[in-house]
Design a protein around this ligand. Structure first.
Ligand code: NDP
Length: 268
């Protein structure tokens, strides 16, 4: 019988993870079955424990359960501990291993797919929610010059900076105080989901700035359109999605698949 995996969320119908992991399995010759699992909003734990009890090997966790998955894990990787959230579960006997591959996925998309070395770069991170927490450690491990965080609620940005201050140089300000130019601007706000954008000034972009929106969209988000107008090269969050899936696949199966055929499959 194939080893069983699933993506669990609510909603989960839109998730591309089953297609992505099935392509990875075909490419690497791994015998797995990967499905979508809708968990009731008030009963994530039962859904996960039932899947594990029936022999499931691992799960990807999506909105809104990444914090509950963190609480459910009996062991956590450092990146999951620092993120305070789990997007990858691995079951082994009674143990539940929790990991967070979102940040590694973003770094892989920037370095492998966009071809940019993050070492010595000036990074602007917009937002201080769950996604921002997930990407901080993997970004700092690439030794950027510094990360500057801007958020509408500045106290949340300071809290985020405080958690990671031991890992590198981090600055915080309001959007209005942003004056300098950056090499990489990451939109980790959820503004794009409402077809809006954070109030970032055009002064942060220069020619060759990489402007990356974590939201994945068929059409450019307002942030991408704005950044492009001021000379930035733009990407949406599709690359991060595929790369975090490759990282999760590696956590489970010990082999990191080539992501290029997946981009081609989705016409990217
Ligand atoms: P959260 O709800 O935890 O945080 C939302 C953040 O967005 C907060 O910092 C909030 O600011 C800010 N925000 C919301 N609306 C606006 C606005 N109109 N203008 C400026 N800031 C705004 O969400 P997540 O961090 O979990 O998710 C953020 C995005 O990242 C989502 O769109 C999600 O789809 C995407 N994502 C993509 C992944 C991928 O693989 N591509 C993986 C994970 C997430 P404040 O605190 O001031 O309210």
């Amino acid at each position: 019988m194939s080893d069983r995996y699933a993506v669990v969320g609510n909603p989960v119908g839109h998730s591309k993870s089953p297609e992505i992991h099935t392509l990875f399995a075909q490419q690497t010759g791994q015998d797995i079955e990967y499905t979508r699992l809708l968990a009731p909003l008030n009963d994530f734990k039962t859904t996960v424990m039932r899947f594990a009890g029936e022999g499931g090997h691992g799960m990807n966790v999506t909105v809104p359960f990444k914090f509950e998955a963190f609480d459910l894990s009996s062991q956590l990787t450092l990146r999951a501990k620092m993120a305070g959230a789990v997007n990858t579960l691995r079951f082994d006997g009674a143990a539940i291993y929790g990991d967070n591959t979102d940040g590694a996925g973003l770094v892989a998309d920037i370095t492998r797919n966009a071809g940019l070395s993050l070492s010595g770069s000036r990074i602007l991170l917009l937002g201080a929610g769950g996604a921002a927490y997930g990407v901080m450690l993997p970004l700092l491990e690439r030794k950027p010059d510094f990360i500057h965080i801007a958020n509408l609620d500045e106290s949340k940005a300071r809290e985020l900076a405080g958690r990671f201050s031991a890992y590198g140089k981090i600055a915080v300000s309001s959007y209005g105080a942003l004056r300098e130019r950056f090499d990489v601007v990451i939109n980790a706000t959820s503004a794009g989901l409402q077809n809006a954008m954070p109030p970032v000034p055009s002064a942060v972009f220069q020619e060759n700035t990489l402007a990356l929106d974590l939201v994945y969209a068929d059409n450019p988000t307002p942030f991408m359109t704005f950044a492009n107008r001021y000379g930035a090269k733009v990407r949406d969050g599709f690359g991060m999605l595929v790369e975090q899936a490759a990282e999760s696949f590696c956590v489970w199966r010990g082999v990191r698949p080539d992501t290029k055929p997946v981009f081609a499959f989705f016409g990217r």
